[in-house]
Design a protein around this ligand. Sequence first.
Ligand code: ABU
Length: 494
Amino acid sequence: YALGSDVCSFHSAPSKMLHDQWFRECVDAVLEEVVFKGTDRKNKVVNWKSPEELKDVIDFAVKRSPSTHENLMQHIKNVIKYSVKTGHPYFMNQLFSSVDPYGLIGQWLGDALNSSVYTYEVAPVFTVMEQFVLNEIKNLIAFNDGDGIFSPGGSIANGYAINCARFHKFPEVKQKGLHGLPRLVMFTSKDSHYSIQKLAAFEGLGSDNVYSVKTDSRGKMDTQDLEKQILEAIAEKAVPFMVSATSGTTVLGAFDPLLGIADICKKYNLWLHVDAAWGGAVMFSKKHRYLIDGIEKADSVTFNPHKMLTAPQQCSVFMTKQKEILHLCHSCNAKYLFQKDKFYDTSYDTGDKHIQCGRRADVLKFWLMWKAKGTEGLEKHVDHVFKISKNFVEKIKNRTDFRLVLPEPECTNICFWYLPKSLQNHHNSIDFDTKLHKVAPKIKERMMREGTMMITYQPLNDLPNFFRLVVQNSALNTDDMDFIIKEFVRLGEN
Ligand code: ABU
């Protein structure tokens, strides 16, 4: 039975005590094993097991008969033991990491309150909180007006952008659907996030109608190619409606030239979306804000506080300059939920602006972090991770065993090859790239089996596999960068 139930046997005094005690023991176990030990450099990032080995050590089968608390505690300990410790400083594998204490408390509090942010009556605090936080983000982007929504991840936020952009040009699409529309075309750089294609397909545009724009040698959108492709689409009698630029590409961390792109969008009357899920955090930094110059000219922006600002997953924001569009584009007026004759101001029932029904209170964790640290604290965090990533670049740039993919990465994701002895000084050999392509997967395998750190690798365009180290945990320091280099040398032997 749930807590508070009258029929719950836990309400007999001794068993209720046992129940409460078990609850506290679980919370203590999570704190001790995940939050404290899981972020300690002395411990491993991952205790690797293959799927078959994992099935041997964890009893995954759910049974007809209940489990004892003792048994459940053992399961909890196993879940912790074999899960990746993404809060560990040496988890630098993805564009999210670390344990922010305020963020975590916000996440736990939100889960305990188990709200759903669609009506003011169910989520009064979170509704008003969201209004305040979104307004601050709007000011940081420098939109004069607008609206926004916390959404379940950057991909969905990018989907909001596509839907709003299409509705802006063809409002009738909401009732009549795609039938009767011309072929709509959108543009994004070839290094943009795959969610643009995925959501364009999901929303019925077709991934073929997402035109892929060339990038320059630093991974930034080539504005000449953008304009050329817009003209080609027009010549094909298609209708261009949107450009999705990126501030901080997923692999290289490139920032597209927003001012030039905004000029082109104005000339051809196109919606400008900026996917700043990763790099948008520079809006908090006076020093690095220049990287997103021009974002204020966008019609919409995706920004994920769960990425560089390290709010717990998921914490993602879609912002738009068009004040009414979220409501106009998505509202369905479900009468059982959004009654217009309620006793309070129903403009606070924000649920009809979004595409979900139930929605988590993701705002809470970010609000608590922002309250705790202030805008200044978030700025210091951003400046610190930029400084540490530059330190890593300086350390590897003149070494013969490391080679940077971009000589000067713009963001805090640093891409590089590790060259074992057998490949150093053989750059001109005919099979150099083929051999180099095999190095990263091999080192990654050793890294995972030993569990000392986690850094991902990937190919990109025609480049052989390279590593991408992501610096976003403000616990990282220059000694950690030395450790990482030494670890590559150790793992890359033979
Ligand atoms: N949503 C993009 C993040 C992918 C990554 O963590 O590398």
